[in-house]
Ligand binder design. Sequence first.
Ligand code: ADP
Ligand code: MG
Length: 860
Amino acid sequence: MPTMNVGGREESRQSRTHTTKRSSSPRMDSERAITALRNILELERSRAFTDQAVMGGLDKFIEQSMKALPWIRDVEPLRGTSYAVLQPGQRHRWASSVMGRLKAEYGDQKSSAPTTAYASVPAKKPPGKKPSQASSTRVKYTLDTPLDELKFIHKATRPKLARLDVTNLRDMLRLFPNRHVDYSQVTKISKVLYGEQMTVAGRVVRSDIAKIGPPPGAAKILINDGSGVLEATFFRQAYLAKRFKRGDIVAFSGEVGAFNNLAQMQNPEYDQLPSNSAASSHAQDEELQLTHAGNLLPVYPSTDGLVQRSIRTATRKSLDTGLPLLDEFLDDDLKQRHDFTDLKLSVESMHYPESPDLQFQARRRLAFDELFMYQLAALKKKTEWRDRRNGIVIDQSRGRPVVEAFLNSLDFELTSDQQDSLDGLLEDMSTGVPMGRLLQGEVGSGKTVVALSALLAANTSGHQGALMAPTEVLAEQHFLSISAQLQAEQLPGEPIDAVRHASLPGEGNRRITIVLLIGSLQGSIKNRIQQMIADGEADLIIGTHALLQEQVAIPNLGLAVVDEQHRFGVEQRGALTRREPRPHLLAMSATPIPRTLSLTVYGDLDITTLRVLPKGRKPITTSLANTNPTENAAYELIRRQVSEGRQAFVVCPLIEPSESIEAESALEVFERLSQEEFKGLQVGLLHGRMKLAEKQDVMDRVRNRHIDVLVATPVIEVGVDIPNATVMMIMSANRFGLAQLHQLRGRVGRGEHESYCILKSSTKGENANERLNAVLNHSDGFKLAEEDLRIRGPGDYMGTRQSGWDELKVATIDDVDLLQIARQEASDLLADGTLDSINANKPLAKELERATSSHFTEFS
Ligand code: ADP
Ligand code: MG
């Protein structure tokens, strides 16, 4: 497959040396950069965000794009880290935000591929309604009226709102403020507490521009409230010096600091108060009395060039137009039972509450709505599944003997959890209802062998089975280890790297064909394998997202297993089973999800958990190496382990050094370690940009113990299974997320030997330390998952953005009570096993329909 060379190293060096001669204007340059960026992101998306769109990796390209698009590195979740270390789901999110912003700022350019996949909500334009015509006649608004046609919002404000993901009037109503400034809680300047968030109000006594930062500088505003003076500095907002004139009455809200013994605030929230709001408008030393109506002022999520004032005007007008259009969809009984406020009042009070209590009630009601819709959607889906007895029947009585023969051939016994979950799977698959199950279990808990047993049962009943892994390294490893467990052999005339042949255990002469399908296979081999899959010749199909490509049809698919399912994007996970009759789905994940979240995120999947680890696993000792002596001790430990015949991994976030990201790179560390610390040892190198054959060769040499120490990027994060490896050293560990650190650590401690994980950190960021501490203190994945949730909040939580939790704008992880109410009410509503009671409530059915179509695409 071709890789774009845009931004490759060669080109960048050239353009640097030739810039003086080239005559292209800056505008041209930025247009070119934007087009290139769009194309690259499209390509990257088509490759499932595997960082393969650009030679040299996307980080390099992003670095170059910064000239034209200086904000690009600040877009979450890339901010402060690098593309290379993000998970595919996070990359997807970043790319979507970037595309959204490009679209808002530069419009829809023709690009080589359609960009619709990035639109967060499909913008359905009512046909025949042109904005230009609409302005002259009276416009009839609906909640779906596109942002562009909302004439009551200033023309210049609209594109900026688009950047906040607003597409229509409904979104405007739901553009909720981040917080409110409570002007009823004004503190006298003489009483402010330093370091606290406070609101003060007073009369402007001085208003100047100061030469701080880039021109034209900053505004410095001094106010006096009769009890004292306070200075507000507005960096990069010099224009405010003109807006606030001497004698104006203003309120500032922000953190109070002190500078030269003067109370001050930096870039506070501000509001200009009507002069008559002060009862005493004469003498300066008289204290201000605020009688400002509407004390809770909303503070909205903002974006460059969009001031609070404009957002407030826009939301106020949107509420005036949009509130009457809202249809209540909760029935009165339900509202009474739980004391929920009405929909219209709730939406209004989210923005402009008359009291803190109303604001609280509003949030409670709307948070419930979200959780309720989620539960309803999940239960509805389950009901529909159950009704559709069109699943594939995998006959247990035929499958069991094969599975048992297979298990008997292994040199270990299943744990009781493994056995139970396997029984459950075989049961599920035999009923004729399509299975939808998540198998979660700690790294190393032995999920693969359970999945393989289920796949063999599917094969026995004459169906194809597929196992999809998130990386090529992992897919290859599955192919090799499954081949080994089934004692598979080469099929004469077929490439041994991708096709094997084995007997079905206990079935005498019955043979099955195992194939590997990954993107980087040679074209002719790939075609051959696609052919074998399409002909039904391939029984056990192992691959990456390459399995999802259109030309790959699996005609007789009985069971699809998605390994490390949290690493896949939403569309990819369900894609394998979106056909008739519907194949069974087994999703697997080593990333445990706290119960509150799993109810929501996986509402429509049944969950099985492997809690016990296979016998004989040794705990892993985790330590920190952030000083020279501890780092040296780490190298010494590795040398000692190697001398005892063990192996070690050293993982780095980057492939090669970067100018903008301070983190260790595999290439540099490999050079250094092989020449210095590990001179004389066999040191190997593995990263995502190596050719497939090279990667395979390296992994082979690791497996055969010809490599003592493997320096790698996180390509080895998932699934790699080398029981002889006992040390995992993670360089620039602060660059990794909690889940990744835990996964990496899980690469050791898989054999009989005592194992070690060493975290080397390169910065002192507080959150980073908090993360590292969590990994140091907890070895239990569930505990870590909860820590992660606490540190990051649910929005960013381990790929759940991908799974729908982030669709919840109002509800939070702490709304356990509301979640329970939502679950109860939803299951009561569907208690009779039909959808009748939902359909009887038209507004509810409509709301659910809307929520489902725009949000819950998972496993549909
Ligand atoms: P994960 O759940 O992280 O995917 P794997 O399926 O890769 O874990 O299993 C890790 C290792 O443990 C593999 O080498 C596998 O063969 C081995 N294993 C699995 N089940 C058992 C068991 N019951 N007893 C001993 N070893 C086991
Ligand atoms: Mg695994």
